[in-house]
Design a protein around this ligand. Structure first.
Ligand SMILES: NC(=O)c1ccc[n+]([C@@H]2O[C@H](COP(=O)([O-])OP(=O)(O)OC[C@H]3O[C@@H](n4cnc5c(N)ncnc54)[C@H](O)[C@@H]3O)[C@@H](O)[C@H]2O)c1
Length: 256
């Protein structure tokens, strides 16, 4: 990954927690924060990919981020992971709620169980992780929470009713948390990525036709990759955006 052009000096030695940091956009974010000189922990369910990332960064960047294995659908495991991160790194100043799973599911095949499962993997943990980390941010004198939503819920995408609902819910959650935590100097913003060509997306959904159709809609005629999310997330995490909370930032190459 090329180094991000900008250096956010206030992020040096900051304590950062990223969920879903083992692969895709999350892995690029972990790397981006490490390269800012921050102290980074990340939570993921994928043991192999996460260990590989931590190993690679310890060689390439000279710093080994702390990988915490947990399933974020399990709220007790999530709380333990939050406490482990804070006990090991120190008071967490930045939380990036990034983990999700964009399973396709046609209307007819949605069950009560699959609906709840989608909310658990795409929405519920963002609230409970924010709840668990907020006391540590107060201890740090403030902080920044960045929630990953998606433009998918604005596109009338037929095959993702539960995922789209969760991603829309994240906007409401972002605004409510911003209202509650603002007096404690904790900012809460959301990023809405467009089509980001990651390994999982290529393997599961993005064939050449789908990519061409999205490029047709985008103003920028190139596919966005995970690295395109790093700069915006670093900006929201850093003091450079210190007057900004309860906002949404769309990174989609101008597709909407
Ligand atoms: N890739 C895109 O085109 C795109 C578009 C819009 C929004 N987004 C959003 O960006 C974020 C990152 O997406 P991505 O494409 O990098 O996804 P990804 O699937 O490549 O990575 C997600 C990571 O989260 C982890 N994870 C999933 N479920 C977990 C669980 N229960 N507990 C712990 N970890 C878990 C996975 O193991 C993986 O490492 C998500 O919030 C996604 O909704 C992505």
């Amino acid at each position: 990954m090329p180094l991000p052009a900008a250096q956010f000096h206030d992020l040096r030695d900051r304590c950062i927690l990223v969920t879903g940091g083992g692969a895709g956009i999350g892995a690029a974010l972990v790397e981006g924060f490490v390269r800012q000189g921050a102290h980074v922990a990340f939570v993921d369910i994928d043991e192999a990919a996460s260990r590989e990332l931590a190993d690679r960064l310890s060689v390439e960047a000279g710093y080994r981020p702390l990988f915490i294995h947990a399933d974020l659908r399990d709220i007790e495991a999530l709380r333990t992971a939050a406490e482990t991160a804070a006990a090991t790194l120190g008071a967490i100043h930045v939380l990036v709620n990034n983990a999700a799973r964009d399973d396709r599911q046609p209307l007819e095949s949605v069950t009560e169980e699959s609906w709840d499962e989608s909310q658990a993997v795409n929405l519920r943990h963002l609230f409970f992780m924010s709840q668990a980390i907020a006391p540590h941010m107060r201890r740090a004198g403030g902080g920044s929470i960045v929630n990953f939503s998606s433009i998918a819920f604005l596109l009338n995408m037929a095959e993702i009713p539960a995922y789209a609902t969760a991603k829309a819910g994240i906007i409401g959650l972002t605004k409510s948390l911003a209202g509650k935590l603002g007096p404690d100097n904790i900012r809460v913003n959301a990023i809405l990525p467009g089509m980001i060509v990651t390994e999982r997306q290529k393997k599961l959904w993005l064939d050449e036709t789908a990519i061409a159709a999205m490029l047709e809609k985008q103003c920028l005629k190139r596919s966005l990759t995970a690295e395109d999310l790093v700069g915006p997330c670093l900006y929201l995490a850093s003091n450079s955006s210190m007057g900004m909370t309860a906002q949404t930032m769309i990174i989609d190459g101008g597709a909407l």
